[in-house]
Each structure stands twice: as structure tokens, then as C-alpha cells.
Design a protein around this ligand. Structure first.
Ligand code: MBD
Ligand code: FE
Length: 314
């Protein structure tokens, strides 16, 4: 067709009505966003000759995606969560808010309310002792001048040896591999945990179903997530992705970034193991964070993205 139906004045007026522009109720912000969604969706349908069957397949897909709780997973897999990082990086650069540890995506598997410990914590419940490699993680939280930030909260979470996360994987104990560690006077945090495995999307789930159609895998390299926060400093959401993993630079969620690659140092030394209180082979990893100063109170807070909250003992 020569004339684009979606661009005619009649259709534009119709979508304005559907977005609530004909009334004084509701949210002006949402109306503006919805109008754009409808306009752009209509344009896409027309430009790409989306068939009715394709359209209703997509509607059904959204139902199944939400039904399985995988919307956040697909957003990560399509690179949109990483795009938000790139956008925020560009905004920061424009106003000279540079320096410190790079941000990278949170992902969909955080759970609020993990146990808090002072200075150090054991993160694993010991249930995988027979198969897991003990991991000793430590580092410091510093400001941009390299001065320690005492009393910072290092909220850390990672997967088990199967690549699964507690809470979402009901076979794990509550808050397994999730802790909040408050830094000591030197800005230091220490954790004993286990070496995580990379995550893979459920092969039967709707996210992998879409990735299959794109000819893509749904694997992440082994990684450790962090929220770092402290009064007066800008909240940091980041991860360390572990070197040596075949997916390190082939992450389906695009989270790996320069400056965020962590090196596991495997140690096989009986005396060193005894000193650490473990038997046999273990791993060490050191990673420190540098925080920007907060420019406002809101800067100190993480985003208000809805997150799971497990009540301890429940
Ligand atoms: C993860 O563990 C993760 O970090 C992301 C971003 C997506 C899926 C699983
Ligand atoms: Fe993860």
C-alpha cells in the first residue's frame, strides 16, 4: 500500500483516544508513553507486514512469558537491560560523572533482605560441600581517591554449582549464597562461599524458545552479583564475571564488561587449605570497588525495580 494507514490523521486520533487523551483522569505520563507504544506498534505491524497469525502468536507468547515469570529474563537476553546501562553511562559521561567501578546489569534474580554480617560472612549452607570448590572472596570498598569506605553494605548474591539461585530454586535453603556484608574500618569485606557455575535459561521456558528462534544460546558465564551502597556515595549495581569461563565474552545477557572480569586463583596446598579451614583445593578471588560520591539522596538508593523479598524464617 502506498499510504501508510498507521500514519493517517484518523488513526493517530484513534490512538490518542485509546491512550486516554480524551479525558482528564489518570496519568499524563502513562498516556504519553502508551500513545507512543500504540503508534510504534501499529507502524511496525504495517511496515513489516505482520500477519494476524504472527500477531496472535506474540500475544500468546507474552501470556506464557509472564505466566512463567520470565519477563525480566527475556529483557536481559534481548540486551535491553544492558542498553539501560549504556544509556546511563552516556548520560553520566555527558555531565562528567565518570570514574569508579563500572555498572552492569542486576538481572532478574535478586532477593531483598539477605542476612547482614559485619566484615565477613559465610555465604553457602554447606549442602554442596561434596561437589563444590570453596571460594574465598574479599576486597575493599573505596572512594575515587582510593580511600576506604567503612560501613558500606556489600549485598552479594550468586548461583550454586548447578547455576541455580536460592529462592527461585526451591531446593536450596533460604538465602543460600546471598549475604549483606558491612565493610570494616579499612573498607574491607570478606566472604567464604563456593565457586558458582554459569546460569542457563530453562531449555523448556519461553525465553529460550525465543532465543532458539534467534539462533542464540541462553548461557551466562559464572559470575557474582553486587549492590554496593554507603551513605554519601552513589549506589552501584554490578557483577564480576569469572575469567576462564567459555561464555565470559559470549554472555546471553551482555553483562560482561572491561573492568569487571574476576580472576579465580585456585590453590592446592595443604597448609594453605588448613589455614583457610578447608580440605583440598580451594579458590581465592580479590575484587575491590570504587564508588562515586552521591549527588543527591536518591543517588544513594538502588532503582525501585520490583524485587522478590523473602521473609527470614518464612
Ligand atoms: C542470571 O543469573 C543473571 O545474572 C541474568 C542477568 C539473567 C539470568 C540469570
Ligand atoms: Fe546472575
Amino acid at each position: 500500500m502506498n499510504v501508510k494507514i498507521s500514519q493517517t490523521a484518523d488513526i493517530q486520533k484513534f490512538f490518542q483516544e485509546a491512550s486516554g487523551f480524551g479525558n482528564d483522569e489518570g496519568s499524563p505520563r502513562l498516556k504519553r508513553i502508551m500513545l507512543r507504544v500504540l503508534q510504534d506498534t501499529a507502524k511496525l505491524i504495517e511496515d513489516l507486514d505482520i500477519t494476524d497469525d504472527e500477531f496472535w502468536t506474540a500475544v500468546d507468547y507474552l501470556n506464557r512469558l509472564g505466566g512463567r515469570g520470565e519477563a525480566g529474563l527475556l529483557i536481559a537476553g534481548l540486551g535491553l537491560e544492558h542498553f539501560l546501562d549504556l544509556l546511563n553511562d552516556a548520560k553520566d559521561a555527558e555531565i562528567g560523572r565518570i570514574g569508579g567501578t563500572p555498572r552492569t546489569i542486576e538481572g532478574p534474580l535478586y532477593v531483598a533482605g539477605a542476612p547482614i554480617a559485619q566484615g565477613e560472612a559465610r555465604m553457602d549452607d554447606g549442602s554442596e560441600a561434596a561437589v563444590a570448590t570453596p571460594m574465598f572472596l574479599e576486597g575493599r570498598v573505596l572512594d575515587l581517591d582510593g580511600q576506604p569506605v567503612a560501613g558500606a553494605v556489600v549485598d552479594v548474591w550468586h548461583a550454586n554449582t548447578k547455576g541455580n539461585y536460592s529462592y527461585f530454586d526451591k531446593s536450596q535453603s533460604e538465602y543460600n549464597l546471598r549475604r549483606r556484608i558491612v565493610t570494616d574500618a579499612e573498607g574491607r569485606y570478606r566472604a567464604r562461599s563456593i565457586v558458582p557455575s554459569g546460569y542457563g535459561c530453562d531449555p523448556q521456558g519461553p525465553t529460550q524458545e525465543c532465543l532458539n528462534q534467534l539462533g542464540r544460546h541462553g548461557q551466562r558465564p559464572a559470575h557474582i552479583h553486587f549492590f554496593i551502597s554507603a551513605p554519601g556515595y552513589r549506589h552501584l549495581t554490578t557483577q564480576i564475571n569469572l575469567s576462564g569461563d567459555k561464555y565470559l565474552w559470549d554472555d546471553f545477557a551482555y553483562a560482561t564488561r572491561d573492568g569487571l572480569v574476576g580472576e579465580l586463583n585456585f590453590v592446592e596446598n595443604a597448609a594453605a587449605a588448613a589455614k583457610r579451614g578447608v580440605d583440598g583445593r580451594f579458590a581465592e578471588i580479590e575484587f575491590s570497588f570504587q564508588l562515586q560520591k552521591a549527588a543527591s539522596a536518591a543517588d544513594e538508593q538502588r532503582s525501585h525495580r520490583p524485587r522478590a523479598l523473602q521473609v527470614q524464617g518464612a
